[in-house]
Design a protein around this ligand. Sequence first.
Ligand SMILES: N[C@@H](CCC(=O)N[C@@H](CS)C(=O)NCC(=O)O)C(=O)O
Length: 194
Amino acid sequence: MFTLFHKAKSRSCSIVWLLEELGVPYETKAVTIRGMDGSGAIDPANPHPHGKVPALEHDGQRVFEIAAITAYLTDLYPEKALAPVPGDPLRGEYLSWLAYRPGVLEPAMMMRRLGVKHIYGAMGWAPAEEVEVFLNKTLSERAYLLGENFSAADIATGGAIDFLMKFKLIGETPMLKAYTESLAARPAYQKAMA
Ligand SMILES: N[C@@H](CCC(=O)N[C@@H](CS)C(=O)NCC(=O)O)C(=O)O
């Protein structure tokens, strides 16, 4: 059994969506998180070291960070075909897209919103406009991040594009809109967001 430490309308919805796509049994434990103004405190019931969501417990293991949880779960269920297995020619691309969300996409968009000047070489991500060009070009060439088939990369990083667009943190283009609409049409997405 998986226990997901979760908060509605937060990033942990990505993992609810993934668990629904996998169709495996899980339970959610609602936790509280600190507010954007710094109010509140780390919920002691949450195993995440910084009191964030999502965090997952499974067989005595603690897994935190969406990218890590996504890789952990898809590795456990290769037969669900939501991710290329080690040795598959798309494996490297898959892992790259998992890392892209927290390592490039989110910081680039957040820093732009906060008005922080991009510093090449110092910052570990590309400027927001360059990230937008790359994502639009990628999705003009293929239906999903890995090609013509949906994968868990579309949940982790595609889900972030969806989330960033809702909050107007990333430019809405016909390409990104069509892509996120195709994700939102999935029954597992709808169940998770409800
Ligand atoms: N890098 C983390 C981000 C997790 C995260 O920041 N979650 C937010 C909710 S959307 C949170 O828990 N915020 C509370 C806090 O920062 O204390 C991941 O990808 O899992």
